[in-house]
Design a protein around this ligand. Sequence first.
Ligand SMILES: *Cc1c(COP(=O)(O)O)cnc(C)c1O
Ligand code: SF4
Length: 360
Amino acid sequence: MSIISREKALTGPEGLIAAGFAAPEEAEVLGKVAARYSVAVPAGVAALIERRDDALGRQFLPDAAELEILPHERADPIGDDAHEAVKGLIHRYPDRALLKLTSVCPVYCRFCFRRERVGAGTEGMLDAHALDAAFAYLAANREIWELIVTGGDPLAVSPRRLAEISARLKRLDHIKILRFHSRVPALAPERVTDELIAALRASAKTVYVALHANHPRELTQEARAAIARLVDSGIVVVSQTVLLRGVNDNVETLAALMRAFVENRIKPYYLHHADLAPGTSHLRVSLEEGRELVRALLGRLSGLCQPVFVVDIPGGHGKAPAGPDYWRREGEGWRVEDWRGKSHAYADPAAPAGRKSRAP
Ligand SMILES: *Cc1c(COP(=O)(O)O)cnc(C)c1O
Ligand code: SF4
């Protein structure tokens, strides 16, 4: 059993300086960053950081660049507010709703798209009144087939409270799928106890965990063991990764990460273009570069290892696939590009003879 959770996390400039992650003269500016956007680096995560500008340091250590907020960056980058049905419950797509169970995380990612809503000074777990309203809404809206439980990090909530949530969901028979989005299995694996797993499964529904991990070094032996416990229990684990400058913006790292997922029985699900969260431009990769990286994964990696590259459209319009295009119209048929970049003609005999193509 790890002792990570019992050790204090680094949350401010003093701790960061003492740990050698910042110079004493940076105390003031890092204090400003930490006052604006919460910092928490648990001891187990700090131990993975070799240099402050390595793939782990860039994700978790505050940086003066976060104070630079660009005009197109937004406090609510993916437009959650536009679809908030009741407090904490976002209903953007007809068949699935998203419950922001808590605003607390074991670690605060510097690129977080909800960074204005998570961390110190926020409310923490939804209170009883808000939960009642959320469950009343879920009960009344029978088109909701899937509930996505997120936050913050829902696996930062105690197993006892998660078991209560599961027990209430059990009574809503139209909800078939329960999906938890979390960083806990990788970055706080000691929390993945039998008790937690039982709590996640207590609804008797099909349970998915979407593990957020961005670099293969996050998948330590302890993390792999925690993931194995989840999968062995019957929970399906998928991945979500944010494409980040200086973290995973090269083919080798992305390939190693996707392979590590598959080796650990995690199906790669999404690779996210970083959202336009305030003060995150130093971590963002251009869409163009992202598309080229995704193109380079095709053919090089097993089909099992291919994530879908997505952008969350600002304003609350949902996710759109953003990967490269391999097909274009040519006359009555098509041209398709293979994984080596070679182009081929493709006839489409299934197209009804004589019908005019509606190529652009
Ligand atoms: C991302 C998101 C979902 C889930 O989308 P999937 O494509 O099913 O993973 C659902 N609701 C909201 C509000 C979201 O932002
Ligand atoms: S764990 Fe998720 S919600 Fe929490 S800071 Fe990281 S990206 Fe944001």
